[in-house]
Design a protein around this ligand. Sequence first.
Ligand code: PLP
Length: 312
Amino acid sequence: MAESIAFFEGRFVPLSEAKVSVQIHALNYGTAIFEGIRGYYNELNGQMYLFRLRDHYSRMLANCKLIKVDLPYDVDALCALTVELIRRCGFKENIYVRPLAYKNACQIGTKLVPGADITIFAVPMGDYIPTDRALKVCISSWRRIEDNSIPARGKICGSYVNSALAATEARDNGFDEAIVLNNDGHVAEGAAMNLFMVRAGELVTTPITANILEGITRDTVIKIARQEFGLSCQARQIDRTELYLADELFFCGTGAQIAAIGSVDHRVIGDGRPGPITLKLTEAYSKIVRGMDKKYIEWCTPVYEVASVEQV
Ligand SMILES: Cc1ncc(COP(=O)(O)O)c(C=O)c1O
Protein backbone atom coordinates (compact mmCIF):
# COMPACT_ATOMS: atom_id res chain seq x y z
CA MET A 1 0.00 0.00 0.00
CA ALA A 2 1.41 3.39 -1.03
CA GLU A 3 2.22 5.91 1.70
CA SER A 4 -0.59 8.43 2.14
CA ILE A 5 0.46 12.04 1.92
CA ALA A 6 -1.61 15.21 1.99
CA PHE A 7 -0.97 18.71 0.75
CA PHE A 8 -1.83 20.72 3.85
CA GLU A 9 -1.09 24.30 4.91
CA GLY A 10 1.29 24.74 1.98
CA ARG A 11 3.34 21.57 2.54
CA PHE A 12 3.31 17.86 1.81
CA VAL A 13 2.79 16.02 5.10
CA PRO A 14 1.78 12.49 6.13
CA LEU A 15 -2.02 12.29 5.81
CA SER A 16 -2.31 11.50 9.53
CA GLU A 17 -0.75 14.91 10.34
CA ALA A 18 -3.20 16.95 8.22
CA LYS A 19 -5.42 18.20 11.04
CA VAL A 20 -7.45 21.37 11.62
CA SER A 21 -8.71 23.09 14.77
CA VAL A 22 -12.23 22.31 15.98
CA GLN A 23 -12.80 26.07 15.91
CA ILE A 24 -12.55 26.62 12.15
CA HIS A 25 -15.49 28.12 10.31
CA ALA A 26 -15.68 25.28 7.75
CA LEU A 27 -16.14 22.62 10.41
CA ASN A 28 -18.74 24.64 12.33
CA TYR A 29 -20.77 25.95 9.38
CA GLY A 30 -19.94 23.75 6.37
CA THR A 31 -18.17 26.61 4.57
CA ALA A 32 -15.88 24.67 2.28
CA ILE A 33 -15.82 23.74 -1.39
CA PHE A 34 -14.70 20.28 -2.40
CA GLU A 35 -13.85 18.44 -5.57
CA GLY A 36 -13.60 14.81 -6.50
CA ILE A 37 -11.15 13.81 -9.21
CA ARG A 38 -10.48 10.28 -10.31
CA GLY A 39 -7.08 8.91 -11.15
CA TYR A 40 -7.12 5.79 -13.32
CA TYR A 41 -4.08 3.55 -13.21
CA ASN A 42 -3.39 2.00 -16.59
CA GLU A 43 -1.55 -1.24 -15.89
CA LEU A 44 -0.62 -1.66 -19.55
CA ASN A 45 1.73 1.31 -19.55
CA GLY A 46 2.21 1.83 -15.79
CA GLN A 47 0.77 5.32 -15.98
CA MET A 48 -1.72 7.09 -13.71
CA TYR A 49 -4.10 9.44 -15.54
CA LEU A 50 -5.96 12.18 -13.67
CA PHE A 51 -9.19 12.72 -15.53
CA ARG A 52 -10.14 16.28 -16.55
CA LEU A 53 -7.91 17.69 -13.84
CA ARG A 54 -7.97 21.28 -15.14
CA ASP A 55 -11.74 21.23 -15.50
CA HIS A 56 -12.15 20.15 -11.88
CA TYR A 57 -9.91 22.93 -10.61
CA SER A 58 -11.52 25.53 -12.89
CA ARG A 59 -14.90 24.56 -11.44
CA MET A 60 -13.53 24.61 -7.93
CA LEU A 61 -12.06 28.09 -8.22
CA ALA A 62 -15.31 29.35 -9.75
CA ASN A 63 -17.30 27.80 -6.91
CA CYS A 64 -14.98 29.35 -4.33
CA LYS A 65 -16.41 32.75 -5.34
CA LEU A 66 -19.84 31.67 -4.12
CA ILE A 67 -18.75 31.54 -0.49
CA LYS A 68 -15.91 34.06 -0.78
CA VAL A 69 -13.06 31.59 -0.48
CA ASP A 70 -9.85 33.24 -1.72
CA LEU A 71 -7.02 30.84 -2.45
CA PRO A 72 -3.44 31.82 -3.21
CA TYR A 73 -3.32 29.30 -6.10
CA ASP A 74 -4.48 29.35 -9.71
CA VAL A 75 -5.60 26.37 -11.80
CA ASP A 76 -2.07 25.65 -13.08
CA ALA A 77 -0.64 25.66 -9.57
CA LEU A 78 -3.38 23.34 -8.25
CA CYS A 79 -2.86 20.92 -11.14
CA ALA A 80 0.90 20.89 -10.54
CA LEU A 81 0.45 20.35 -6.79
CA THR A 82 -1.91 17.45 -7.41
CA VAL A 83 0.41 15.74 -9.86
CA GLU A 84 3.27 16.16 -7.39
CA LEU A 85 1.16 14.78 -4.54
CA ILE A 86 0.15 11.65 -6.45
CA ARG A 87 3.71 11.15 -7.65
CA ARG A 88 4.90 11.24 -4.04
CA CYS A 89 2.17 8.80 -2.99
CA GLY A 90 3.14 6.44 -5.83
CA PHE A 91 -0.26 4.78 -6.16
CA LYS A 92 -0.50 1.89 -8.62
CA GLU A 93 -4.26 1.49 -8.49
CA ASN A 94 -7.30 3.62 -9.23
CA ILE A 95 -7.64 6.56 -6.88
CA TYR A 96 -9.95 9.37 -5.87
CA VAL A 97 -8.41 12.78 -5.22
CA ARG A 98 -10.16 15.08 -2.78
CA PRO A 99 -9.24 18.78 -2.87
CA LEU A 100 -10.97 20.75 -0.12
CA ALA A 101 -10.88 24.56 0.05
CA TYR A 102 -12.06 25.62 3.47
CA LYS A 103 -12.75 28.72 5.52
CA ASN A 104 -10.12 28.48 8.22
CA ALA A 105 -10.89 31.48 10.45
CA CYS A 106 -11.38 30.40 14.06
CA GLN A 107 -14.59 32.28 14.60
CA ILE A 108 -18.00 31.88 16.17
CA GLY A 109 -20.61 33.46 13.89
CA THR A 110 -21.74 32.59 10.38
CA LYS A 111 -20.49 35.68 8.48
CA LEU A 112 -18.09 34.84 5.65
CA VAL A 113 -14.91 36.49 6.87
CA PRO A 114 -11.56 36.23 5.02
CA GLY A 115 -9.29 33.30 5.70
CA ALA A 116 -9.11 30.13 3.63
CA ASP A 117 -6.76 27.34 2.70
CA ILE A 118 -6.77 24.21 0.59
CA THR A 119 -5.86 20.65 1.40
CA ILE A 120 -5.56 17.83 -1.14
CA PHE A 121 -5.39 14.13 -0.41
CA ALA A 122 -6.07 10.92 -2.30
CA VAL A 123 -7.35 7.46 -1.46
CA PRO A 124 -7.57 4.24 -3.46
CA MET A 125 -11.06 3.84 -4.91
CA GLY A 126 -12.83 1.19 -6.95
CA ASP A 127 -16.57 1.44 -7.61
CA TYR A 128 -18.37 4.09 -5.54
CA ILE A 129 -21.68 2.52 -6.48
CA PRO A 130 -21.98 -0.82 -8.31
CA THR A 131 -21.37 -0.62 -12.07
CA ASP A 132 -21.53 -4.37 -12.79
CA ARG A 133 -25.33 -4.53 -12.54
CA ALA A 134 -28.31 -2.23 -12.91
CA LEU A 135 -29.23 -0.32 -9.75
CA LYS A 136 -32.46 -0.40 -7.81
CA VAL A 137 -33.35 3.24 -7.26
CA CYS A 138 -36.11 5.19 -5.50
CA ILE A 139 -37.41 8.74 -5.66
CA SER A 140 -36.29 10.35 -2.44
CA SER A 141 -38.73 11.91 -0.02
CA TRP A 142 -36.08 14.62 0.48
CA ARG A 143 -36.22 17.54 -1.96
CA ARG A 144 -33.17 19.13 -3.61
CA ILE A 145 -31.75 22.32 -2.16
CA GLU A 146 -32.66 25.40 -4.20
CA ASP A 147 -30.20 27.77 -5.86
CA ASN A 148 -31.45 30.59 -3.62
CA SER A 149 -30.97 28.50 -0.48
CA ILE A 150 -27.61 26.81 -1.05
CA PRO A 151 -26.50 26.60 -4.70
CA ALA A 152 -26.21 22.94 -5.72
CA ARG A 153 -23.77 23.91 -8.49
CA GLY A 154 -21.38 25.06 -5.78
CA LYS A 155 -20.20 21.71 -4.38
CA ILE A 156 -20.42 23.39 -0.98
CA CYS A 157 -19.68 20.96 1.86
CA GLY A 158 -22.64 21.98 4.06
CA SER A 159 -25.10 21.32 1.25
CA TYR A 160 -24.11 17.66 1.12
CA VAL A 161 -26.27 17.00 4.18
CA ASN A 162 -29.05 17.05 1.56
CA SER A 163 -27.25 14.30 -0.40
CA ALA A 164 -26.51 12.34 2.77
CA LEU A 165 -30.17 12.34 3.81
CA ALA A 166 -31.32 11.11 0.39
CA ALA A 167 -28.58 8.47 0.01
CA THR A 168 -29.12 7.12 3.53
CA GLU A 169 -32.90 6.97 3.26
CA ALA A 170 -32.59 5.03 -0.02
CA ARG A 171 -30.25 2.46 1.51
CA ASP A 172 -32.29 2.18 4.72
CA ASN A 173 -35.27 1.32 2.51
CA GLY A 174 -33.36 -1.37 0.58
CA PHE A 175 -32.52 0.63 -2.57
CA ASP A 176 -29.06 1.21 -4.04
CA GLU A 177 -29.48 4.94 -4.61
CA ALA A 178 -31.89 7.86 -4.73
CA ILE A 179 -33.12 10.28 -7.36
CA VAL A 180 -33.95 13.66 -5.88
CA LEU A 181 -36.73 15.96 -7.08
CA ASN A 182 -36.83 19.73 -6.92
CA ASN A 183 -39.45 21.53 -4.86
CA ASP A 184 -41.58 21.90 -8.02
CA GLY A 185 -41.66 18.09 -8.36
CA HIS A 186 -39.39 17.82 -11.41
CA VAL A 187 -36.26 15.71 -11.47
CA ALA A 188 -32.97 17.21 -10.28
CA GLU A 189 -30.33 14.45 -10.13
CA GLY A 190 -29.02 11.64 -7.96
CA ALA A 191 -27.78 12.21 -4.42
CA ALA A 192 -24.25 12.84 -5.70
CA MET A 193 -24.44 12.16 -9.42
CA ASN A 194 -26.14 13.46 -12.54
CA LEU A 195 -28.85 11.54 -14.35
CA PHE A 196 -29.49 10.63 -17.99
CA MET A 197 -32.59 9.11 -19.56
CA VAL A 198 -32.87 7.44 -22.98
CA ARG A 199 -36.26 7.85 -24.66
CA ALA A 200 -36.83 6.98 -28.34
CA GLY A 201 -33.09 6.76 -28.97
CA GLU A 202 -32.40 10.24 -27.64
CA LEU A 203 -30.39 11.12 -24.55
CA VAL A 204 -32.05 13.54 -22.15
CA THR A 205 -30.59 15.06 -18.99
CA THR A 206 -31.79 17.73 -16.59
CA PRO A 207 -30.66 21.30 -17.33
CA ILE A 208 -28.05 23.17 -15.30
CA THR A 209 -30.87 25.38 -13.97
CA ALA A 210 -32.52 22.38 -12.25
CA ASN A 211 -30.47 22.66 -9.04
CA ILE A 212 -27.85 20.18 -10.18
CA LEU A 213 -24.11 20.13 -9.97
CA GLU A 214 -22.77 21.04 -13.41
CA GLY A 215 -21.09 17.68 -13.69
CA ILE A 216 -17.88 17.11 -15.58
CA THR A 217 -18.88 13.51 -16.29
CA ARG A 218 -22.25 14.81 -17.56
CA ASP A 219 -20.32 16.98 -19.99
CA THR A 220 -18.08 14.04 -20.93
CA VAL A 221 -21.10 11.81 -21.61
CA ILE A 222 -22.74 14.46 -23.81
CA LYS A 223 -19.54 14.87 -25.83
CA ILE A 224 -18.92 11.12 -26.24
CA ALA A 225 -22.57 10.49 -27.14
CA ARG A 226 -22.49 13.10 -29.88
CA GLN A 227 -18.98 12.57 -31.20
CA GLU A 228 -18.63 8.80 -30.95
CA PHE A 229 -22.19 7.62 -31.51
CA GLY A 230 -23.91 10.55 -33.27
CA LEU A 231 -26.61 10.51 -30.59
CA SER A 232 -28.87 13.47 -30.12
CA CYS A 233 -28.73 14.81 -26.58
CA GLN A 234 -30.83 17.48 -24.94
CA ALA A 235 -30.99 19.09 -21.50
CA ARG A 236 -34.57 19.76 -20.46
CA GLN A 237 -36.94 19.48 -17.53
CA ILE A 238 -37.79 15.84 -16.75
CA ASP A 239 -41.03 14.68 -15.08
CA ARG A 240 -40.92 11.98 -12.42
CA THR A 241 -43.12 9.64 -14.46
CA GLU A 242 -40.94 10.00 -17.55
CA LEU A 243 -38.36 8.10 -15.54
CA TYR A 244 -40.75 5.18 -15.09
CA LEU A 245 -41.31 5.06 -18.88
CA ALA A 246 -37.69 5.53 -19.96
CA ASP A 247 -36.01 2.96 -22.21
CA GLU A 248 -32.76 3.39 -20.27
CA LEU A 249 -31.59 5.39 -17.29
CA PHE A 250 -28.15 5.88 -15.85
CA PHE A 251 -26.29 7.94 -13.30
CA CYS A 252 -22.97 9.54 -14.04
CA GLY A 253 -20.35 11.25 -11.94
CA THR A 254 -16.70 11.13 -11.08
CA GLY A 255 -17.41 8.74 -8.21
CA ALA A 256 -20.36 6.95 -9.81
CA GLN A 257 -18.71 6.74 -13.27
CA ILE A 258 -21.55 5.46 -15.51
CA ALA A 259 -23.99 3.37 -13.52
CA ALA A 260 -27.06 1.80 -15.12
CA ILE A 261 -30.42 2.00 -13.36
CA GLY A 262 -32.63 -1.10 -13.57
CA SER A 263 -35.69 0.09 -11.67
CA VAL A 264 -37.19 3.22 -10.16
CA ASP A 265 -39.73 2.89 -7.37
CA HIS A 266 -40.11 -0.81 -8.32
CA ARG A 267 -40.92 0.02 -11.97
CA VAL A 268 -38.54 -1.93 -14.21
CA ILE A 269 -36.60 0.19 -16.71
CA GLY A 270 -36.23 -1.51 -20.11
CA ASP A 271 -35.60 -5.17 -19.36
CA GLY A 272 -34.06 -4.31 -15.99
CA ARG A 273 -30.51 -4.71 -17.25
CA PRO A 274 -28.03 -2.08 -18.48
CA GLY A 275 -29.36 -0.93 -21.87
CA PRO A 276 -27.42 -0.86 -25.17
CA ILE A 277 -26.73 2.89 -25.18
CA THR A 278 -25.62 2.81 -21.53
CA LEU A 279 -23.28 -0.09 -22.31
CA LYS A 280 -21.77 1.65 -25.37
CA LEU A 281 -21.14 4.82 -23.38
CA THR A 282 -19.67 2.87 -20.45
CA GLU A 283 -17.23 1.05 -22.70
CA ALA A 284 -16.09 4.25 -24.43
CA TYR A 285 -15.80 6.10 -21.09
CA SER A 286 -13.77 3.32 -19.54
CA LYS A 287 -11.18 3.51 -22.35
CA ILE A 288 -11.08 7.30 -22.43
CA VAL A 289 -10.38 7.73 -18.70
CA ARG A 290 -7.49 5.25 -18.90
CA GLY A 291 -5.82 7.21 -21.67
CA MET A 292 -6.61 4.49 -24.21
CA ASP A 293 -8.39 6.69 -26.74
CA LYS A 294 -5.94 9.11 -28.26
CA LYS A 295 -8.75 11.44 -29.42
CA TYR A 296 -9.42 12.34 -25.81
CA ILE A 297 -5.89 12.15 -24.43
CA GLU A 298 -5.90 15.86 -23.55
CA TRP A 299 -8.45 15.02 -20.82
CA CYS A 300 -5.93 12.69 -19.18
CA THR A 301 -3.07 14.20 -17.17
CA PRO A 302 -0.26 11.67 -16.75
CA VAL A 303 1.29 11.62 -13.28
CA TYR A 304 4.42 9.54 -13.56
CA GLU A 305 7.37 10.99 -15.43
CA VAL A 306 8.41 7.71 -16.99
CA ALA A 307 5.70 5.14 -17.38
CA SER A 308 6.98 1.89 -15.84
CA VAL A 309 6.08 -0.11 -18.95
CA GLU A 310 6.39 0.88 -22.63
CA GLN A 311 3.53 3.06 -23.86
CA VAL A 312 0.87 1.05 -25.71
C1 PLP B 1 -24.54 16.43 -6.36
C2 PLP B 1 -23.64 15.93 -7.45
N1 PLP B 1 -24.12 15.82 -8.69
C3 PLP B 1 -23.35 15.38 -9.70
C4 PLP B 1 -22.04 15.01 -9.49
C5 PLP B 1 -21.20 14.56 -10.65
O1 PLP B 1 -20.28 15.57 -10.97
P1 PLP B 1 -18.89 15.24 -11.65
O2 PLP B 1 -19.20 14.46 -12.87
O3 PLP B 1 -18.29 16.55 -11.95
O4 PLP B 1 -18.12 14.44 -10.67
C6 PLP B 1 -21.49 15.10 -8.20
C7 PLP B 1 -20.09 14.77 -7.92
O5 PLP B 1 -19.60 13.74 -8.01
C8 PLP B 1 -22.31 15.58 -7.16
O6 PLP B 1 -21.83 15.68 -5.92
